[in-house]
Design a protein around this ligand. Structure first.
Ligand SMILES: Cc1cc2nc3c(=O)[nH]c(=O)nc-3n(C[C@H](O)[C@H](O)[C@H](O)COP(=O)(O)OP(=O)(O)OC[C@H]3O[C@@H](n4cnc5c(N)ncnc54)[C@H](O)[C@@H]3O)c2cc1C
Length: 385
């Protein structure tokens, strides 16, 4: 295995790092304090050609892979995990999903606008009564001539307050349960679509989250994505790609929080010496290094597996389960190393801790990720690494 980046990947890493450390850094605190969405930076990402890393160039994308997608999210998350989350939802949950599952006409119609930043995308799976049990969804799409009639609601949807296009999952044959799900490309300015107010969150502020209501929305039959009643496969393969790529946000958080803690430990003096000399501080720093590095390796390994086979749900679940829990721990330990200053907004680690927690919940909770891993082990009956 080779975990070093090639020259092209290094170039993209440097481009996105420069963008994050200059442009994004100017608004990262404002995003958190005012729940502010920097739309101009989203458009700038489009101009840099970074919104569709896995989308072929003919549709306006960069024509690269999941590793590049992760590099982008990791670098953005070191400055603003919230911005990284919105970009991840747009680029991976929506654009990559369309790349994998849409037909040629649909790709030509929607991908260029989404890659340029003219349109924002949202992936609409979760419902008020169906989170972990997502396949139990109640939203329905009834076929009537050349349209489907969509009814239901979705909640906790990243980018919903801003998006022009949603991938919406609905039951076309409710009596078949999970075998009656279909995926639709829904233009969110359509008649019958309404949006709730952006939700007021603990962290990831500035990344807009909201509800969507569908009341007799007419969706043309040509906007069915994939095969009718086979949406379950799209949901499940989408969740694997989503988990492994969003885990890169946790990796970015871990690195930046650990870096802030190390710098502080090398400067702060108590009892006449640097606090980095105290072994209990060293214990935390050493754990941070091992846990951040292990997260990173798991995430890039899982992404390689997903790139080969979209059913690689166990590596995907393992990577985000571990990276997310460790990034919350690392951010909390960073607060501890900074003492009272860590508890203050100025030092940023408290923002990283609040943002980190989301990755233990969104894209399937830690508990669901562990169930995926354990069920697979039990099914195989052997422990293969
Ligand atoms: C900021 C944010 C952004 C999001 N973005 C999106 C998005 O873009 N698109 C989208 O579709 N969704 C999105 N979500 C929704 C997210 O995927 C769900 O919140 C998540 O799947 C959990 O569902 P729930 O919140 O309904 O919790 P529940 O499913 O009600 O879970 C509650 C608790 O019960 C536990 N639990 C549930 N079932 C089991 C079980 N079988 N065994 C053990 N424990 C269990 C859970 O682990 C959790 O601890 C987002 C959520 C947030 C907070």
């Amino acid at each position: 295995m080779d975990f070093t980046f090639n020259e092209d990947q290094k170039l993209i890493q440097q481009t996105i790092r420069d963008f994050a450390e200059t442009e994004l850094a100017k608004v990262a605190e404002k995003m958190d304090k005012e729940d502010y969405w920097p739309h101009d930076l989203f458009v700038q990402m489009g101009e840099l050609g970074l919104l569709g890393p896995t989308v072929p160039e003919e549709y306006g994308g960069a024509g690269t892979d999941y590793i590049v997608q992760a590099i982008i999210l990791e670098e953005l998350a070191k400055v603003s995990p919230a911005f990284a989350l919105s970009i991840g939802a747009h680029s991976n949950l929506v654009l990559d999903n369309i790349r994998r599952n849409a037909n040629e006409e649909q790709k030509k119609k929607y991908l260029p606008k989404l890659c340029s930043g003219e349109w924002i995308g949202a992936l609409c799976l979760t419902e008020p009564q169906h989170g972990s049990d997502a396949l139990g969804m109640e939203t329905t799409a009834r076929r009537e001539g050349d349209h489907y009639i969509l009814n239901g609601s979705k909640t906790f949807i990243t980018n919903a307050p801003l998006a022009q296009l949603g991938i919406v999952y609905a039951k076309t044959r409710p009596e078949l349960g999970a075998k009656g799900i279909s995926a639709f490309l829904v233009e969110l300015e359509s008649e019958g679509v309404t949006r709730g107010k952006p939700m007021d969150k603990m962290g990831m502020r500035g990344s807009k989250t909201g509800e969507l209501f569908f009341d007799d929305v007419k969706v043309p039959t040509e906007n069915l994505m994939g095969v009718e009643n086979e949406g379950r496969k799209i949901v499940m393969s989408g969740l694997s790609a989503e988990r492994a790529t969003l885990a890169a946000i946790s990796v970015g958080i871990s690195q930046r929080a650990a870096d802030i803690a190390l710098k502080y430990a090398l400067e702060r003096e108590q009892f006449g010496q640097k606090i980095a000399n105290f072994q209990m501080i060293q214990d935390k720093l050493a754990n941070m290094y091992v846990e951040a590095q292990a997260s990173r390796l798991l995430v890039y390994w899982a992404l390689t597996e997903i790139g080969r086979d979209h059913r690689a749900n166990v590596p995907a679940a393992a990577s985000i389960y571990y990276a997310a829990e460790k990034s919350t721990k690392i951010a909390l330990d960073a607060i501890q190393i900074l003492g009272g200053y860590g508890y203050m907004k100025e030092y940023q680690v408290e923002r990283f801790a609040r943002d980190a927690k989301l990755l233990e919940i969104g894209a399937g909770t830690s508990e669901i990720r562990k169930l995926i891993i354990a069920k697979d082990l039990i099914r195989k009956g052997k422990f293969e690494l």
